[in-house]
Every structure is written in structure tokens, then in C-alpha cells.
Design a protein around this ligand. Structure first.
Ligand code: SF4
Length: 424
């Protein structure tokens, strides 16, 4: 029997990336610092259970009883309910999902179930926000645990991006509220946000001629941006921005880092004038762990093995791998491999383990020997899922994620630009 990541963490806490993962989940959930991880304008859900306050009955319930309750509630709610599970979500939750995918695939999957009134998103906060933006007005999006934020998304908050934009525009002699094209028809700068950001930052892009990208379409989105602007301010993930722009031939010296805690982001005016991509100082705590040494070790232990990593990994890791791609690309890479092949993967461990289970005739393993799930997504324990479903059965809709219209509308503009730039 294959052990789930949760079981492996409980059995070998010393081999996990954070000792808090092995602790009682109700102690782990109220870890401060993430807050709701949402746009500042999002209304606080009402009713809501705050992290660590899950009713005692759900905290004490044995796991088989939680699963029985989840199944019973699903049966009772029928087509009114759709449960979305992210690729990085734990198996104990994913087994109840109607759809499994990346954040954007899931937001679109919800649209294929118009009869579903309640969309329970077993991912993190920015994903629930995106689903709310794309969903119909009579649908409601529920995040089972409000502490399920994204550490990367939290690295670019609205105030820091707004003040960076003002500084940048001043260097380029532009009005930050109304950046106009120059004589050549191009804007001096245009914002691009990764999907892994708050709705407020998607709205910021919508208002300033910018666009959203995913890890699957970042190159096409940057092409779109370079047709319209001399430079791009790319946030929050420096690694996706750098890896993508480098593959497009942008020299590293034209990709300065923007550190929001330093004047001019830690750059000189000359560096900003010469820049093509300003990279926000953000990263994913899961993908940043992968190293070239791990790749070397995998190749030494499995001569002839192939290595694929996610583009949120640091550039030297992407350069040392045989391939880099989004979760979807990684899945396709494994599907296209042959029985007997050995594939080392640099991405979140739940996804890697699921691929290993799906293709038992291949050797598939995670490059990182330490068990390191997306710790914020891991906060959606089956207890929270059982609780929200029971509440829905009772006619209540807790932990509802709502993006205000003044944020949702410009955010949708930036998402629509992406869909128009990269038609699927
Ligand atoms: S894996 Fe990284 S980027 Fe993705 S949700 Fe988790 S912290 Fe955020």
C-alpha cells in the first residue's frame, strides 16, 4: 500500500521540511503571518470559522468517520455541490474532489458545472478568489480553511506594488495612474502578475494595461507584453519571470530584482532604464528548496534518469534539468515516457507521489529527499471539508470567499487579456 504524504509525515516527522507539519493540525493551523492571504478589500466571510476554531466534534472525529460524513453530505447535496482539488492537495481530501487540476483549470472546471450552487475549493486563497471572479453571480465559492493562503502570493501585497509602481513610473517619466505610450507606440512599462497573486493585484494589472499569466503560458504572455511595452514589472515570483524571460533571450543583466524594502527596489536609475523585466522579490517556499546538488545526486544514483522541474524553481535548477514545465506539462512529460524509465521530478510531493502511483511501471520520485508539501494547502484537513459540507447541508455557507465588484471587474479584464493572448 502506498502511504499518503500525511501518513509519511506522521511516521517520519524528522524528515519533513517543517516540524509543525507533524503537530496536531489544530495547533498547526493558527500559524500567524498568513492571515486570510486575500485581497485587502475582500469582505470577511460570515459565518466563518477562524483557523484553530474548528468545532471540537470535527477535531476529535476519527478519519474514517470524517470520510463517511463527507460522502453522506456529498450525496445529499448532489449536483448543487462541486468540490475542486488542487494537484498539490493531500490525498485524504483529493479523493473527494470532482475535479483535480491546477488553479486555472479548476476555476474553469467549475464553469462546466453551472448547476452547482456551491463551489468548495480545496486549494488556497488566491485560487478561491479567481474561482469567485470567474463564477456566475449565483454561485458561491468556499475555502474550507481560511488559513490556507499562499506564501508566494503574500510576498507581493497591494501597497508595496502600488508604491513600487509610483517609483518606477517616476523613473520613466510616466504618470502612474495613466501610463501612456511613447512616440514608438509602446508603453514604458506594463505589469504582469502570476496567477498566484491576490485578486487585488490582478485588478492592478487590469487597471494599468497589464495581464495575468500561468506557469503554462508565461512565455506567450511575455511576448504579448513586449509587443506593447519596453519593460515588464513581473510579480510575485522572480523565478518564473527569470526562467521564462531567459528562455526568450532576455539577458540576465536586464532582469534586475525589485526588493520592495529598498529605494528604487535596490537598483540604480540606469539599471531600471536598461531593464526589460523587473523581477519582484518573491518565491515559492516549496519550489525554492530544489537544488542542482539534488539533480546531480539523482543522476549519480540513477544513470540515464530524466529530470523535470517546475519553472518556480531557481534558474540553476531549471538549467540543470532536462525539462521544465507547469504541473500540466510535468504530467504530460510522465505520460509520454516509457515503462522502465526513471524520472526525477522537482515539484510538490503530493503531485509526484500521485504520478508515481499512476505509473507503477516507471520509477518516479521527488528530487527533494525531505517530505515538503505545500504547507498552507496542507491546512485543509478532512475535518474542515466535513465541517463545511455539513454546514451546507444545514443551509449555511461558511468561509465564503467574495471578491468585491470594484476588484473583480478589473481583475477579470487582466484575466480576459490572458485568454485572448493565449487562446486554448
Ligand atoms: S506550492 Fe508555492 S506557489 Fe503554490 S500555493 Fe503552495 S506556496 Fe503558493
Amino acid at each position: 500500500m502506498t502511504l499518503s504524504v500525511n501518513d509519511r509525515i506522521q511516521l517520519t516527522p524528522a524528515k519533513t521540511c517543517s516540524p509543525s507539519l507533524a503537530a496536531d493540525p489544530w495547533k498547526f493551523d493558527p500559524v500567524p503571518g498568513y492571515g486570510p492571504g486575500s485581497s485587502q478589500a475582500d469582505p470577511v466571510p460570515e459565518p466563518a470559522v477562524h483557523p484553530g476554531q474548528l468545532p471540537a466534534a470535527y477535531r476529535q472525529m476519527p478519519e474514517d468517520e470524517l470520510h463517511r460524513r463527507i460522502l453522506a453530505a456529498k450525496a445529499q447535496l448532489g449536483d448543487e455541490l462541486v468540490i475542486l482539488g488542487h494537484f498539490y492537495q493531500r490525498d485524504e481530501v483529493v479523493q473527494h474532489a470532482d475535479f483535480l487540476g491546477d488553479s486555472f483549470q479548476l476555476a474553469k472546471a467549475a464553469l462546466s458545472r453551472p448547476e452547482a450552487r456551491s463551489i468548495v475549493f480545496c486549494g488556497v486563497h488566491f485560487m478561491a478568489e479567481t474561482a469567485d471572479i470567474l463564477s456566475r453571480g449565483d454561485q458561491r465559492v468556499i475555502l474550507p480553511n481560511l488559513a490556507a493562503g499562499c506564501s508566494m502570493a503574500d510576498m507581493a501585497d497591494e501597497d508595496s506594488v502600488e508604491s513600487a509602481w509610483e517609483e518606477i513610473c517616476e523613473v520613466y517619466g510616466a504618470d502612474p495612474q495613466n501610463v501612456r505610450p511613447g512616440a514608438d507606440g509602446k508603453l514604458p512599462v506594463l505589469p504582469v502578475t502570476y496567477m498566484n497573486s491576490s485578486a487585488a493585484l490582478k485588478a492592478f494589472c487590469g487597471r494599468h494595461g497589464g495581464i495575468v499569466c500561468t506557469s503554462s503560458n508565461a512565455e506567450a504572455v511575455l511576448e504579448w507584453a513586449f509587443e506593447r511595452a519596453h519593460r515588464v514589472l513581473f510579480f510575485p515570483d522572480q523565478h518564473l519571470g527569470r526562467n521564462t524571460a531567459k528562455a526568450m533571450g532576455v539577458p540576465l543583466e536586464q532582469m534586475p530584482i525589485w526588493n520592495p524594502r529598498r529605494p528604487l527596489g535596490g537598483n540604480t536609475e540606469q539599471q531600471l532604464v536598461e531593464a526589460r523585466v523587473l523581477l519582484w522579490h518573491g518565491f515559492c517556499s516549496v519550489h525554492r528548496r530544489f537544488t542542482v546538488a539534488q539533480i546531480d545526486q539523482a543522476r549519480a544514483e540513477h544513470p540515464g534518469c530524466r529530470v523535470i522541474v517546475h519553472p518556480e524553481c531557481p534558474m540553476p535548477v531549471v538549467d540543470a534539468a532536462d525539462a521544465a514545465g507547469s504541473t500540466d506539462a510535468i504530467r504530460k512529460y510522465v505520460a509520454a515516457s516509457s515503462p522502465g524509465e526513471v524520472i526525477a521530478i522537482g515539484t510538490e510531493i503530493n503531485l509526484v507521489n500521485r504520478l508515481a502511483a499512476e505509473y507503477p511501471d516507471r520509477t518516479i520520485f521527488c528530487l527533494d529527499p525531505v517530505i515538503c508539501p505545500c504547507s498552507t494547502m496542507y491546512r485543509i484537513h478532512p475535518g474542515y471539508l466535513a465541517w463545511v459540507l455539513d454546514e451546507l447541508v444545514e443551509g449555511r455557507a461558511p468561509n465564503q470567499i467574495t471578491v468585491n465588484a470594484e476588484v473583480a471587474e478589473p481583475a477579470r479584464v487582466a484575466l480576459d487579456r490572458m485568454l485572448a493572448a493565449v487562446p486554448k
